[in-house]
Design a protein around this ligand. Structure first.
Ligand SMILES: [Zn+2]
Length: 182
């Protein structure tokens, strides 16, 4: 059995599928490589695809295709840049690594860190939930344009400073595949 399958299995969640620990997984464990189809199209987008940089995306296969987002994830994707022998960029390798120890039966999650233009409301249930499936640094973009007036507002209620602000330190940029700087 491949190493990945000794650690995880795909299971059902309320809104689809998720990846669950088959056994207790220690922190900082490489659970496996995220494999799939590499797509050479800068405009490519799908619900599951991972930005590999260099205008490449990865359409992951199971089990990691079914990794769900959480605003306080217990795993992160680690990207290893790969080059062809001539020095030109090859599709990066992506591995899933645990951030914390994960008990048997618990769901493995990552921070999708989407850009604001693709964000959807987040239902992760974390006490630190940002409210949107979006990168922490993109959150401000969502809060301004989409801010709605409260339904019931007193004379002073309609205007206010942004309520939500996440004061916690960003753990790691590699928690989700970042847009690669040129
Ligand atoms: Zn959330």
């Amino acid at each position: 059995m491949p190493a990945t399958q000794t650690w995880v299995r795909v299971g059902k969640v309320a809104f689809g599928r998720g990846v669950f620990a088959r056994t207790n997984i220690p922190a900082q464990t490489i659970v496996g490589e995220v494999e799939g189809r590499v797509i050479l199209d800068a405009e490519y987008a799908s619900a599951y695809c991972i930005d590999l940089g260099h205008e490449m995306s990865l359409e992951p296969r199971a089990p990691f295709r079914y990794l769900n987002h959480c605003c306080t994830p217990n795993c992160q994707l680690v990207m290893t840049e790969v080059e062809h022998e001539d020095g030109s960029p090859a599709p990066s390798e992506i591995h899933l690594e645990t951030l914390t120890a994960i008990p048997e039966g618990a769901e493995l999650t990552i921070d999708y860190a989407w850009s604001a233009d693709g964000a959807i409301p987040c239902l992760c249930g974390s006490t630190s939930c940002r409210g949107w499936v979006v990168a922490e640094e993109e959150l401000a973009k969502l809060q301004k344009p989409t801010r709605r007036a409260p339904r019931k507002s007193g004379p002073t209620g309609a205007v206010g400073s942004t309520r939500k602000s996440s004061g916690k330190a960003k753990r790691s940029q590699s928690a989700a595949p970042p847009r690669k700087p040129k």
